[in-house]
Design a protein around this ligand. Structure first.
Ligand code: FE2
Length: 182
């Protein structure tokens, strides 16, 4: 493991050893993630490979007690996620390229409604999702001619978490993401 990623993992481990408070983890973990993604050059090439058809997520580190996982999220040109949730806190840091994230909430009769305009993440920027902050979104590569890569941190072994993707009517369908390298 590259020293920069090792340093981040050690600091995150110290943080979750200290507290289980979600707001504090998002605030302090977000600052740690910002320090990680403000500099490129440490992500292994095998965890930066896009797939021609779908976005990919590679597991970079899993806490032995599954209190957090660290992933590289690799977008091919123009690729996007369905509308989905997480069920645990998540931190999203941009490493290369850019991504657009549209937040949703469930409005009248459970229908999904956009929560404001999409947010554009540029390299070095960090944002958060969680059941407290708003947990439903749709994300896409901001570019249709190049790869973008985000570094994501979640408060669980996110590849094994039972989550949901949503139809436009707000109907939840079971979803488990797995990992491209598992
Ligand atoms: Fe997400």
């Amino acid at each position: 493991m590259h020293a920069r990623l090792r340093q981040f993992v050690n600091a995150m481990t110290a943080l979750v050893d200290t507290t289980a408070d979600e707001a504090r983890i998002i605030r302090e973990g977000g600052a740690l993630l910002r320090a990680l993604v403000e500099q490129d050059g440490w992500l292994p090439a095998e965890c930066a490979q896009p797939d021609p058809q779908y976005y990919r997520q590679y597991l970079l580190y899993l806490d032995p007690r599954k209190r957090f996982s660290v992933l590289s999220f690799v977008w091919g040109p123009g690729q996007s996620t369905p509308v989905h949730n997480h069920t645990v806190w998540g931190l999203i840091g941009m490493l290369r390229g850019a991504e657009l994230a549209q937040s949703y909430h469930q409005g009248a009769e459970g229908r999904l409604e956009r929560s404001g305009p999409p947010q554009r993440l540029e390299p070095g920027m960090v944002t958060a999702v969680s059941p407290m902050l708003g947990d439903i979104h749709q994300v896409e590569n901001a570019y249709d001619d190049r790869v973008s890569i985000g570094i994501h941190v979640y408060g669980a072994d996110i590849g094994a978490v039972d989550r949901a993707v949503f139809t436009p009517e707000g109907e939840a369908r079971p979803f488990r993401s797995g990992y491209a390298n598992a």
